[in-house]
Design a protein around this ligand. Structure first.
Ligand code: PXP
Length: 238
């Protein structure tokens, strides 16, 4: 059965809108686990726009499944990952101006740097996944630099304008997943996956795990709305 890792960054985004204490991504992670999530993901961004260092440290203590830390390949993040010791480190490209991660890592273009960086993560006992596009050259490079996992970027597929285009991009992801597995890489995928565009992935053993955040948190806000209003009304009416 395919596994689901839930990204709780967007809970932290809501909290940071008021710079307050709620909603707490640590609580959201515990609830996701109670619902059966196989893992929790957070992206500790350089600008700390959502997840904070405190969240990561608490999650390390409280997550009972697996903790996947998304991060840029920087010295600061290497130090943090070595201290916190998540179950998986996913390296992603990071730009300050972007709203969210915009594409896969250019592994081909920074092969020497990444080989060295992965060696340092692995020396600290960490397992590494690389977030990459569905591209043979990038996948081969991921194998060459010593990654255990690749996460295929599904954002372009998720944004396809037509069904035909989505189908074409899905086939590309499937082909890439098969190629990655033939190279000894384990395959997960994520970005932009929702309750509709996930359907073609069902029952495809090529995709071992899914990393999903925005659509799950969006749905949680909506399916929880009625109850939240009822609870406040009950309080107001005393
Ligand atoms: N995988 C990676 C590498 C990401 O950067 C993100 C977004 O933080 C996701 C998966 C989850 O994407 P979404 O929030 O669109 O489900």
């Amino acid at each position: 059965m395919a596994k689901l890792e839930v990204n709780v960054d967007h809970v932290a985004t809501l909290r940071q809108a008021r710079l307050g204490k709620e909603p707490d991504p640590v609580t959201a992670a515990a609830l996701a686990e109670l619902a059966g999530a196989h893992g929790i993901i957070v992206h500790l961004r350089e600008d700390r726009r959502h997840i904070q260092d405190r969240d990561l440290r608490l999650l390390r203590q409280t997550v009972k499944t697996r903790l996947n830390l998304e991060m840029a390949a920087t010295e600061e993040m290497l130090r943090i990952a070595s201290e916190v010791r998540p179950d998986l480190v996913t390296l992603v490209p990071e730009k300050r101006q972007e709203l969210t991660t915009e594409g896969g890592l250019d592994v081909v273009g920074q092969k020497d740097f990444l080989r060295e960086y992965l060696l340092r993560l692995q020396a600290a006992g960490l397992t590494v996944s690389l977030f990459v596009d569905a591209d043979y050259a990038q996948l081969n490079a991921a194998r060459d630099v010593g990654a255990t996992w690749v996460e295929l970027h599904t954002g372009t597929y998720a944004e396809a304008d037509t069904e035909a285009e989505a189908l074409r991009l899905f086939e590309q992801l499937l082909d890439a997943a098969r190629h990655a597995r033939s190279q000894g890489l384990r395959v997960k995928c994520g970005h932009g996956l929702n309750y509709v565009n996930i359907l073609p992935f069902r029952g495809r053993p090529e995709f071992e795990e899914f990393s999903i955040g925005h659509s799950i948190i969006s749905r949680a806000v909506l399916v929880g709305m009625e109850r939240a209003v009822r609870e406040m009304l009950a309080l107001i009416s005393g």
